[in-house]
Design a protein around this ligand. Structure first.
Ligand code: SF4
Length: 325
C-alpha cells in the first residue's frame, strides 16, 4: 500500500481482512475508502485455496485435497483432539528426498510451495470446519527445510496477531535433519518447535531408508540438535517404528546411546501402512517393549498413534490418493 502511495496501515487492514476475516472481496473491506476499494477491485484479485475434496475418517480426522493455480495437488489434514485443533500442512508438491517408507516420497517432486499456499491451508481448513486452528505441524507433503524462505514467511503469517494467530509455541516444523536448513532456522528470528524425524539409530540403515543421510550424517544432525536444545525449547525426535526393521530392543538401546546428553522428547510413531509400500506397523508387544526400554533413559517418551490412517491421512501416508478417485 505504501508503494501505491497509501498509508502503510492500509496494508495491515487488508492483511487482516484476508487472513483473519476470510474476506476475498475488496468491496467488503468496509474500513477502507470506497475509492480505494474500487481501485483495488479493478487492479487486483484475491484467490484463496479451495478444497477439491474432503475425506473424513470420523468427525475428528479429515483429509483435504487442494488444487493449486498451476494445476498441482497437495493434501492437508485436520485433527480435532480435546481442545486442540491441529492442521498438518504440506510445504512442497511431492518430495525429492525419497525416504523408502514414505508414500509422499513415491510422488514426483514438482515444486516448493509459496508462503501463501502454505499458510492458506490453515485459513481454508479453519474456515471449512468453522473452528480456529490451535496447532500447526509441518508434517504433510514435502521437507519444509528444503523450502526455508517460504516456510519462514508462512510462519510469520500464521503467527501474526493480524493473521492466523497460531502461537509459535504451538507450531512444529518437522525435518529429516537437513544440516543447512537447520542452521538457517537456528539463526532465524522465527522461533518455533523443531522435530527431527530420526527413525534409525544406525547410520548405514538410515542411509538405506533415508538416502538424505548420505549428505547429512547423523553426527552432524545431532551436533545441531545439541545447540538447538540449549535454547528454551526442548527438541523432539520422531521415531517411526517399522515391524522387523527398527523395532527391536537393540534399536532402542542404540537410540538411547545416540541421543545421550541431548535433553529431548522422543515421539514413537507406529508405522502407518500404505497399500503401495511393503512395510508394516510393529506389534503392540514390540511397541510396548521399545517404549519401556526408552523410559529407562532420561528422555520424555510418548507413543503417538496417528489419526486418519483409514483415509491415508496419517504420518507418511499422504500420496495424493484423492486425485485418483
Ligand atoms: S518422510 Fe518427509 S522427507 Fe522423507 S520422503 Fe516423506 S515427506 Fe519427504
Amino acid at each position: 500500500m505504501a508503494g501505491l502511495g497509501h498509508d502503510e496501515y492500509r496494508g495491515e487492514q487488508i492483511f487482516k481482512w484476508i487472513w483473519q476475516k476470510n474476506v476475498q472481496d475488496f468491496s467488503r473491506m468496509t474500513n477502507i475508502s470506497k475509492q480505494l476499494r474500487e481501485y483495488l477491485n479493478s487492479t487486483h484479485t484475491i484467490k484463496g485455496l479451495e478444497s477439491q475434496r474432503i475425506q473424513q475418517e470420523d468427525i475428528n480426522a479429515q483429509k483435504y485435497l487442494f488444487r493449486l493455480e498451476q494445476g498441482d495437488y497437495i493434501e492437508s489434514v485436520f485433527i480435532r483432539e480435546g481442545k486442540r485443533r491441529t492442521i498438518c500442512v504440506s510445504s512442497q508438491v511431492g518430495c525429492p528426498l525419497g525416504c523408502k517408507f514414505c508414500a509422499t516420497g513415491l510422488l514426483d517432486f514438482k515444486r516448493n510451495l509459496f508462503a501463501h499456499e502454505i499458510a492458506d491451508q490453515v485459513r481454508a481448513i479453519s474456515e471449512a470446519v468453522g473452528e480456529k486452528c490451535t496447532n500447526v505441524v509441518f508434517m504433510g507433503m514435502g521437507e519444509p527445510l528444503l523450502n526455508t524462505g517460504e516456510v519462514i514467511k508462512a510462519l510469520l503469517i500464521m503467527s501474526s496477531p493480524l493473521g492466523l494467530c497460531v502461537g509459535r509455541r504451538h507450531t512444529t516444523v518437522s525435518t529429516v535433519g537437513l544440516i543447512e536448513g537447520m542452521e538457517f532456522f537456528l539463526k532465524s528470528p522465527v522461533k518455533v518447535k523443531l522435530a527431527i524425524s530420526i527413525n534409525f539409530a544406525d547410520e548405514e540403515m538410515r542411509k538405506d531408508f533415508m538416502p538424505v543421510t548420505r549428505s547429512n550424517p547423523l553426527r552432524e544432525i545431532l551436533q545441531l540438535a545439541r545447540v538447538y536444545s540449549k535454547g528454551k525449547e526442548m527438541i523432539t525426535f520422531e521415531y517411526v517404528m517399522i515391524k522387523g526393521i527398527n523395532d527391536r530392543i537393540r534399536d532402542a538401546m542404540n537410540l538411547i546411546r545416540l541421543l545421550k546428553g541431548i535433553p529431548s522428547k522422543i515421539n514413537l510413531i507406529p508405522y502407518n501402512e500404505h497399500p503401495r509400500l511393503p512395510y508394516e506397523a510393529p506389534t503392540e508387544k514390540n511397541l510396548r517393549a521399545f517404549y519401556e526400554r526408552l523410559l529407562n533413559s532420561r528422555h520424555t517418551v510418548v507413543i503417538r498413534k496417528s489419526r486418519g490412517q483409514k483415509i491415508l491421512a496419517g504420518c507418511g501416508q499422504l500420496s495424493g490418493s484423492m486425485t485418483e478417485q
